[in-house]
Design a binder for this molecule. Structure first.
Ligand code: NAP
Length: 279
């Protein structure tokens, strides 16, 4: 029986067990996927013990993504580029490989939601709001997808400037107060800040100047319908929520641990939506 995990601290909130146990059930695989709460001072020991633990690998979440990046035996080029690891795979030789599947997860969800021709249809620049950990994966994903012009805007401008190196020649950092002037030339607007998340203020941005062909994506998924997405829909723009990124980032890990590439279906999505709904 193959076993995998999600490790974080705290970990009770993680929806990953719901996702992976759904796939194990659908495909009749005799495996398990468990939540592991490991404090930061115990994480290095956890990583060292992984090869003999019986786990095929697992997901890594807050606050361990950077530590997993430092402690993995080998990194995929994408994890190396992003500087964080969210997926671990224990190889047959006992080596622990660190990958980052947030970037392809974000892009797979955009492609599924908007259709594969969205870069041509939406036109213009891609505007990324935020420059935290998730923004690194989003910028790398967009650059890998071939987007030619990525503008990054962040409250702390130095962090936006630091992200430019992830997509040289394509990404550029722009000041927050330039936003109203940037919107008319924007094809895709992506919120990667925590604004709009439950317990945080909404993202206050007038979407009026966006062109009618533009799309708006928010990677916040709690709540599923953020004020930003509601405003985009009210304007008749295509709106892409954050849940799909969470579902799609799980696919490569499951494939590596359990030997089968699962699908992100409406049924799976409905299960997670039901779980996200406040009691
Ligand atoms: P993070 O590293 O802490 O970054 C937070 C970002 O939000 C920074 O750019 C920060 O700007 C900005 N921010 C926070 N408060 C702000 C405010 N009041 N005004 C303007 N900007 C503000 O967090 P993260 O890991 O990147 O996660 C960000 C969000 O993405 C969270 O809501 C998380 O749940 C979500 N997320 C979703 C997925 C998914 O699968 N859908 C995956 C990962 C993360 P400064 O640099 O100026 O502080």
């Amino acid at each position: 029986m193959k076993r995998a995990f999600v490790v974080g601290h705290p970990i009770a909130h993680s929806r990953s067990p719901l996702i992976h146990n759904h796939w194990l059930g659908v495909h009749g695989i005799a495996g398990s996927y468990e939540r592991l709460d490991v404090a930061p001072d115990a994480f290095a020991d956890f990583m060292r013990a992984l090869p003999g633990s019986g786990y095929a690998g697992g997901n890594v979440t807050i606050p361990h993504k950077e530590a997993a990046f430092r402690l993995a035996d080998v990194l995929t080029p994408r994890a190396e580029r992003i500087g964080a690891v969210n997926t671990l795979v224990v190889g047959p030789d006992g080596q622990v490989q660190g990958d980052n599947t947030d970037a392809p997860g974000f892009i797979a969800h955009l492609d599924q939601s908007l259709g594969a021709d969205w870069p041509e249809r939406t036109g213009g620049s891609t505007l990324v709001l935020g420059a935290g950990g998730a923004a690194r994966a989003v910028v790398v994903g967009l650059a890998e997808r071939g987007l030619g012009r990525i503008l990054i805007v962040n409250r702390t401008p130095e962090r936006a400037a630091a992200l430019v190196a992830l997509a040289p020649g394509v990404a550029r950092a722009v000041a927050w107060d330039a936003l109203p002037d940037l919107l008319p030339g924007t094809g895709l607007l992506v919120n990667t800040t925590s604004l709009g998340m439950a317990g945080h203020p909404p993202l206050a941005l007038d979407l009026g100047p966006l062109p009618g062909r533009a799309a708006v994506a928010d990677i916040v998924y709690a709540p599923l319908e953020t004020p930003l997405l509601a405003a985009a829909r009210a304007r008749g723009l295509a709106a892409v929520d954050g849940l799909g990124m969470l579902l799609h980032q799980a696919v490569p890990g499951f494939a590596a641990w359990f030997g089968l590439r699962p699908a992100v279906t409406e049924d799976l999505r409905a299960r997670i939506v039901a779980d996200l709904r406040p009691a």
